[in-house]
Design a protein around this ligand. Structure first.
Ligand code: IMP
Length: 191
């Protein structure tokens, strides 16, 4: 089955590609010659994921899916949440976002957080959703060089390493996107 993953994020593409294996023919936006940004204008992960999937589906009439992810930090009342990508402002880098979070957290004792991913799939014109969550905590400083985004400051519950200290296979087994993608795969295999 051929499926487009509507993302420009090469890390996400690599993660999901590994999980889907040979079961599906995963196409990137580059493969379908789409260049440019896909808008995400909403205030929930679900609406943003669906907006991204519809954006590509409307233009290319192809089966496709998109994800939207947020880091929810209890001490920051759920922030950065749906604003995780642009938390430190327009054009910010991953490091800018991490530094903002670390500054706002200071030495707070309550460092509980979770990553949440929602995947929206459009298959044969019908829409479906899959969610994955991983609980953990925000470290006081960055650890590790793997992964992307907030990985260096997120340590999943029950582990000694941050996501950025794990190899991709290890992160994929337990991560928010890994879990949501597993649900997507189970669904597709039953089709
Ligand atoms: P997006 O809108 O789904 O691309 O995700 C929003 C932001 O969340 C990204 O720009 C990253 O900063 C962060 N993010 C998403 N997935 C991950 C992950 O697996 N690890 C660390 N940060 C992530």
């Amino acid at each position: 089955m051929e499926l487009v993953f509507a993302t420009n994020n090469k890390h996400k593409l690599e993660e999901v590609q590994k999980l889907l294996g040979n079961n599906f023919n995963l196409l990137s936006l580059k493969d379908i010659s789409f260049e440019g940004e896909i808008p995400e204008d909403y205030e929930t992960l679900r609406e943003n994921a669906l907006q991204k999937a519809r954006y590509i589906h409307d233009r290319f009439k192809t089966n496709c899916f998109a994800d939207d992810t947020g880091l929810e930090i209890d001490f920051l009342k759920g922030a950065p949440g749906v604003y995780s990508a642009r938390y430190a402002g327009p054009g910010c880098t991953f490091d800018d976002n991490i530094n903002k979070v670390l500054n706002e957290m200071g030495y707070a004792e309550n460092r509980k957080a979770r990553f949440r991913t929602v995947i929206a799939l459009i298959l044969d014109k019908k829409e479906y959703f899959f969610e994955g969550v991983i609980d953990g905590k925000i470290l006081k400083e960055k650890q590790g060089n793997e992964g992307f985004g907030y990985d260096p400051v997120f340590r999943p519950l029950g582990y000694e390493q941050s996501f950025a200290e794990m190899i991709l296979e290890e992160k994929n087994k337990i991560s928010h996107r890994g879990r949501a993608t597993q649900k997507l795969i189970e669904f597709l295999l039953k089709k």
